[in-house]
Design a binder for this molecule. Structure first.
Ligand SMILES: [Zn+2]
Ligand SMILES: [Zn+2]
Length: 174
């Protein structure tokens, strides 16, 4: 989605958001400076700010030390860019931070302290991705152990397909 200059309304509190130019990226980010301090990122913009080594000083300058209104957490948020209903998702498998995402245009909305918290979760996106793999491995691993226990009860020595899959995936480790 192209960076747009049309003013948008904060999905959390309804105030008009301020366009903040980010010189290092040459793009505008929408920040709710008059209301709740929330930040809206157009499709793919968020990727430029979610890692610790990426510069967010222009964003911080707008929100640091300010008092913002408390947004209504329970209300369904509507994407200020395209009008679709936004969906709440955890920022990572740590499941501590929830952000609003628009599946139609790819926009993301973060409450004012969330950007900083998300950047603190991992050193970089490689770590974030590895954590997803670890999480899936543990989840599936538990089910696998249960399934194999049942297999052994009925006395079969066949490997389950999932076990074969994991054997292939982890061959270099064992
Ligand atoms: Zn707001
Ligand atoms: Zn949208």
């Amino acid at each position: 989605m192209a960076d747009t200059l049309k003013p948008i309304v904060c999905p959390a509190c309804g105030k008009t958001m301020e366009k903040v130019f980010i010189p290092s990226q040459g793009i505008n980010i929408d920040i709710c400076t008059e209301g709740c301090g929330g930040i809206f990122f157009d499709n793919r913009e968020f990727d430029k700010f979610d890692e610790k080594n990426e510069d967010i000083s222009a964003i911080i300058a707008k929100i640091e030390g300010k008092t913002f209104s408390k947004p209504n957490e329970s209300m369904t948020r509507v994407c200020p860019n395209c009008g679709a209903k936004m969906v709440k998702n955890h920022s990572s498998v740590k499941q501590q931070i929830e952000i609003d995402e628009c599946y139609t245009c790819g926009g993301k909305f973060l409450d004012n302290s969330e950007l900083i918290k998300i950047r603190e979760e991992y050193e970089n996106n490689e770590e974030r991705d590895e954590d997803i793999l670890r999480y899936v491995y543990q989840k599936v691993g538990r089910q696998l152990a249960e399934q194999e226990r049942k297999y052994s009860e009925i006395g079969t020595h066949d490997k389950t397909y999932v076990r074969k899959f994991f054997d292939v995936l982890t061959r270099h480790r064992s």
